[in-house]
Design a binder for this molecule. Structure first.
Ligand code: HEC
Ligand code: HEC
Ligand code: HEC
Ligand code: HEC
Ligand code: HEC
Length: 448
């Protein structure tokens, strides 16, 4: 405990001022600050009306409470640590990002969301606005430093508020601020989340465009009901849970190499996928959960539909990027007390479709969705910021194809959680629904 209380005696009355403490960060901060050091977001709501409503709709206010988070934390992570105590710190650490107040209060594991405790506030206003910097060179694993109290740090100088002091902070405006929670290293030292690191290596960092420009865009308005009009950073934090953010993030075009193809020849179709919208790779963040896949179908002049599998490129580990009928996720059994668990279908999408992913491997080399049990990775076959990837589909025309025009359609799909895992763990369907990122079509003619 590094906290030091400060008290003053004035005219015989004991006045307790804000306790002063050396700033704490990361794992050292566990259990050092009680809940009552932080104000509730509902208090901020009385003046910051729009920002509060935006926050309640964003994943930030649900990072502890929404179903898949509750299921993974309580049914997998907490259970895994109960069976393997070496994991306890890492599993306590989930809360360092998902409900920082509970972590700081040492309320671990926090009560279930149904108990209605303050842990449910998730990533709340007062946490983000009393973070002052971070420890070390690389932001990751909640290594922010925090000084809760009267001063709320923001992006503007010289603002006056009747409720609190304000201070401009260069840190809160930086991508490193976001990186303290959006980069994560597993207990095995693997970078299981690296959104800020991906951003830093890409074109947007070089152009000085931080996360905020795309996830907290500024618009004219009032940031508090009594404030002057000005450009206000909107607290949208819209990401993969917002179909509107996903739609069009990758642009698709496609063409056949020849427009007229003999009935017993091979059609060769090329699809270009351009990451036009994201400042990091797609998918980013919870890469172990997400499924992004390209499905291509052709329809002949009789209306008959054929599925086209992707051509292999023959890089190491490519088999993890082409949908197959194989099992994975055997380590779910470790968390659930069933070490002989046979596993679940790895992909749950049509065999032969291209998957844009980086597979996570457990210490035994098996594919996992448990990032705390991740030791290594397969090939990183995701689409980088402003990167274009080309996929080829060589299709020996089937003997029963009708002569005449053929229409080929490519669809890029997104699931927040690979479906066989979601079904097995009873995750509500809306938390793994399929969103179409984009689609494209082209045509050719078959002649004899
Ligand atoms: C009684 C009204 C009121 C309450 C309650 C209130 N604020 Fe404010 N806050 C303001 C006003 C007014 C401003 C200045 C707005 C301006 O001039 O643009 C402000 C400014 C801010 C800023 C911008 C600081 C900067 O320098 O950029 C932040 C951040 C902030 N408030 C956070 C909070 C948080 C977090 C809470 C809840 C813990 C909160 N406020 C509660 C009225 C309030
Ligand atoms: C995940 C962290 C995070 C959370 C949670 C958060 N904010 Fe912010 N807030 C920021 C950042 C970052 C900025 C600065 C944006 C920029 O630099 O463009 C900011 C800016 C602000 C501003 C000044 C906006 C402006 O441009 O005038 C106010 C006021 C504010 N926040 C209040 C709140 C309130 C109230 C809540 C809760 C309802 C809240 N914030 C929740 C990160 C957060
Ligand atoms: C205190 C930790 C913390 C900080 C700081 C933080 N985030 Fe987050 N953020 C989270 C957590 C935890 C989630 C996951 C919510 C969930 O469980 O789905 C999240 C979710 C998001 C999402 C939604 C992703 C999706 O899949 O829909 C976006 C976008 C996002 N954050 C952007 C930012 C940006 C931009 C910043 C910096 C301005 C930032 N975050 C700062 C913890 C943080
Ligand atoms: C140029 C705009 C842009 C910038 C800059 C940007 N993002 Fe994003 N972000 C997007 C778009 C578009 C998506 C939706 C596509 C996707 O999920 O990758 C997204 C998705 C996300 C997601 C959800 C990823 C997933 O697949 O689950 C998170 C988390 C996120 N961003 C955080 C950040 C953080 C943190 C930064 C800064 C380090 C950042 N973003 C910078 C545009 C941007
Ligand atoms: C360093 C911060 C950090 C730590 C530690 C962390 N998370 Fe997260 N977690 C995040 C962020 C940020 C996201 C959002 C990423 C995205 O949207 O792609 C996230 C996303 C998730 C999601 C997906 C939510 C969704 O709706 O799709 C689950 C589930 C989850 N975390 C559970 C856990 C568990 C369990 C642990 C502990 C073993 C943990 N997290 C540790 C920051 C963290």
């Amino acid at each position: 405990m590094r906290r030091v209380g400060r008290s003053m005696v004035i005219a015989g009355v004991l006045v307790l001022a804000w306790p002063v403490h050396a700033a704490v960060s990361g794992a050292d901060a566990k259990g050092t600050l009680s809940y009552d050091r932080f104000e509730r977001s509902a208090v901020c709501a009385s003046c910051h009306v729009d920002i509060y409503q935006q926050w309640t709709q964003a994943m930030m206010s649900q990072a502890f409470t929404h179903h898949w988070d509750e299921i993974e934390y309580f049914e997998l992570a907490v259970e895994h640590a109960r069976r393997d105590p070496a994991l306890q710190d890492a599993v306590d650490g989930c809360n360092g990002c998902h409900t920082p107040m509970a972590y700081l209060a040492g309320d671990l594991p926090p009560p279930r969301p149904s108990e209605g405790s303050r842990a449910n506030e998730s990533v709340n206003c007062d946490v983000c606005h009393t973070i002052t910097g971070f420890a070390g060179d690389t932001p990751f694993n909640f290594n922010w430093t925090i000084e809760p109290g009267r001063t709320k740090y923001g992006n503007k100088p010289g603002l006056v508020s009747p409720h609190h002091d304000t201070a401009e902070s260069d840190f809160i405006k930086s991508a490193e601020f976001c990186g303290t929670c959006h980069n994560e290293q597993s207990p095995h030292g693997a970078w299981v989340k690296s959104t800020q690191l991906e951003w830093a290596a890409g074109p947007y960092a070089a152009e000085g465009v931080p996360c905020h420009r795309c996830h907290m865009p500024a618009a004219m308005g009032r940031n508090a009901k009594m404030a002057e009009e000005g450009l206000v950073s909107q607290h949208l934090f819209h990401g993969a849970h917002d179909p509107g953010k996903l739609r069009g993030a990758v642009e698709l075009r496609m063409h056949p190499q020849e427009r007229e193809i003999l009935f017993d020849d091979t059609a060769v179709i090329k699809v270009q996928l351009f990451n036009a919208k994201a400042g990091h790779k797609i998918p980013s963040g919870s890469v172990e959960d997400r499924l992004v896949w390209l499905h291509v179908e052709a329809t002949d002049s009789d209306g008959k539909t054929y599925h086209l599998p992707v051509d292999a490129k023959h890089f190491a580990g490519e088999e993890y990027t082409i949908a197959a009928d194989v099992l994975a996720y055997q380590d779910l059994g470790l968390a659930r007390g069933d070490p002989d668990f046979a596993g679940l279908p790895r992909d749950g999408v049509p065999v032969g479709d291209r998957i844009f992913r980086m597979p996570y491997f457990d210490p035994q080399g098996r594919m996992t969705i448990m990032q705390w049990n991740t030791k290594s990775f397969g090939p990183d076959y995701r689409i980088g910021p402003r990167e274009t990837i080309i996929e080829t589909f060589s299709w020996p025309l089937p003997s029963d194809i009708a002569l005449g025009p053929v229409t080929v359609t490519a669809t890029l799909n997104y699931q927040l959680l690979v479906e066989p895992v979601a079904r097995f763990l009873n995750v509500p369907p809306e938390e793994y629904r399929t969103t179409i990122i984009n689609a494209a079509t082209t045509t050719f003619a078959v002649y004899d």
